[in-house]
Ligand binder design. Sequence first.
Ligand SMILES: Nc1nc2c(ncn2[C@@H]2O[C@H](COP(=O)(O)OP(=O)(O)OP(=O)(O)O)[C@@H](O)[C@H]2O)c(=O)[nH]1
Length: 308
Amino acid sequence: MGFFDRISEGLSRSRQKFTEQMNVLLDRGPNLDDDFWDDLEETLILADMGGSAASQVVENLRDEATRKALPDAYAVLDRLNDELASTFATTEADPFGGDAACVLFVGINGAGKTTTVGKLAKEGADAGRKVILGSADTFRAAAIEQLEEWSRRANVPIVERKRGSDPASVCYDTIERAEADGCDLVLIDTAGRLHTSDDLMRELQKVVNVVRKRSKAPVYTVLVIDATTGQNGLSQARVFDKALDLDGVIVTKLDGTAKGGIALAVSHELGLPIYKIGVGEGLGDLKDFDAHDFARALVGEFDEREAR
Ligand SMILES: Nc1nc2c(ncn2[C@@H]2O[C@H](COP(=O)(O)OP(=O)(O)OP(=O)(O)O)[C@@H](O)[C@H]2O)c(=O)[nH]1
């Protein structure tokens, strides 16, 4: 299955929900009155795209329509994909682009951090990079074993300490070993924690600070969000970003959720790029993020001529 088809299949539930709302909107005819714009904004919000992104998208389309570039609702919906795509935050710096990088994965319990680290280890090793894993999730014994298993699958080394060790010191050791062995991609898994737990967030700040001070390679702090948590993902992102000054986001479990719009909400509101998306549990189920493909998979393709 091709790349776009895989994302498209994953986002089919999000798309179905969106299309149903869109059909209700179009049943009223193609006039661009106030009700149309209000309903379009509501449709975007219902698709979990967040109030900030939804109002920006509607404002831009409304501006274009006023300039007569978009004469009716069919033309507006035909433009929607491009407008959504351009609402995602972008960046030049890509931790997985090939340059040396030290990447810390943070997020709530079960978001998919360990699985994502494992998939990235394999992807990096297959691309000929010298990868090393750090298991700074010293809280859950199973997490250490899980990461060990991924290190075997990807055939990359792992630095680990016994359960209960200080996570910051595991990071320190991982970076030392990476530098000694000439590794150019350091992937560090951290323990899942609720963003509402102040103590655990402070512990994570310490871990991030140690890594930022110690690593010679650029450090990226990446939030892993489970798409199925919907708007809660936006609350998580706000708190993690405030505490850690995030660099970007990876959105997992986009397969089978109707809440794929959360990727846009987080990226737009916090100005964070989406580095990758997870569309399944398997090794090959982590995809590069492409805003146009994502928007197309999220809302479907509206054919203006067909609708007329
Ligand atoms: N369907 C689906 N499942 C995923 C995806 N990514 C991860 N998972 C599953 O989500 C579950 C939790 O993943 P983990 O990687 O253990 O999550 P974690 O964030 O490391 O969890 P903690 O260590 O508790 O913080 C596992 O069953 C994974 O297989 C994805 O993109 N799609």
